[in-house]
Design a protein around this ligand. Sequence first.
Ligand SMILES: CC(C)(COP(=O)(O)OP(=O)(O)OC[C@H]1O[C@@H](n2cnc3c(N)ncnc32)[C@H](O)[C@@H]1OP(=O)(O)O)[C@@H](O)C(=O)NCCC(=O)NCCS
Length: 260
Amino acid sequence: MGQTMYSRSLTTNAVHIWHAELDQTEHSADLIQLLSADERYQASRFRNSIHRTRFITRRAFLRHVLSQYCEVPAREITFSYSAYGKPLLRYPTSNLRFSLSHSEHLAACAVTWDREIGLDIEKVRTIPDISDIARMFFSAHEREGLARLPANMRNLAFLNFWTRKEAYLKAVGKGLSVPLTRLDVASLPQASDAVRGTRIEPSQGPLWLMRDIKIADEFISTLVVEGENWTLEVASNYGISVKVDFASAHTSARCHNMGK
Ligand SMILES: CC(C)(COP(=O)(O)OP(=O)(O)OC[C@H]1O[C@@H](n2cnc3c(N)ncnc32)[C@H](O)[C@@H]1OP(=O)(O)O)[C@@H](O)C(=O)NCCC(=O)NCCS
């Protein structure tokens, strides 16, 4: 890690995914050196040391990943933020696009050229109050789908919905200004129509392709990328290795506009 620079080849239509174990407390004194003053300030605001270390590690991880493609030392990278909080590269100027996600002790980062991208990972865990959360964030179609499932499948289905919606949200980059109750995704891992459609984007808006990917045991994750002709090309580890298994990527679906 540190300041070693590589020129990692990322072809035009490829998406690379990296992942990192965040609970590496023994490295955090080194990792914080890579962060900007602003990031250090954000880190200092975490009262819980686990959350602080995870924040420091995931920002250092993001910088390290980006430096692989930009040929700029990790600590020299600067970010700007869209009006909705989506981070973009400010320095160096680049068409590289990225999306960072973390859940508990795991972070993952997806990078590609020239297309918007969104990644979300979630640790599989028991979610209390599924119905209440679904009422706030899920479409009527999604809520019906959830209610039809046997009770023992509902928790995982809920997480699938959630991860897919978050990944879409991050790709589109408009944060929670997007009315999530108007976005329909499928709940089941095997579903071939993961995104049933969205009434959010204007009709000439981009086509989004959604794919569930397996990054680590006990985690689910979804990648949403603008356009159709992209491929997951390599998987890379960072820090303590967690196995990546793209052979188990099983869902790929078009996200299209459904009118109003
Ligand atoms: C912030 C948000 C983008 C995702 O947050 P999250 O899932 O809790 O956390 P993740 O680790 O997966 O993603 C956070 C990263 O996304 C990126 N991000 C932040 N705002 C973003 C935006 N508007 N668009 C794209 N990416 C964004 C940042 O890199 C951020 O990293 P940071 O915390 O180090 O700054 C946003 O979707 C959110 O606040 N969600 C709240 C939960 C919710 O209501 N979800 C409804 C789903 S049904």
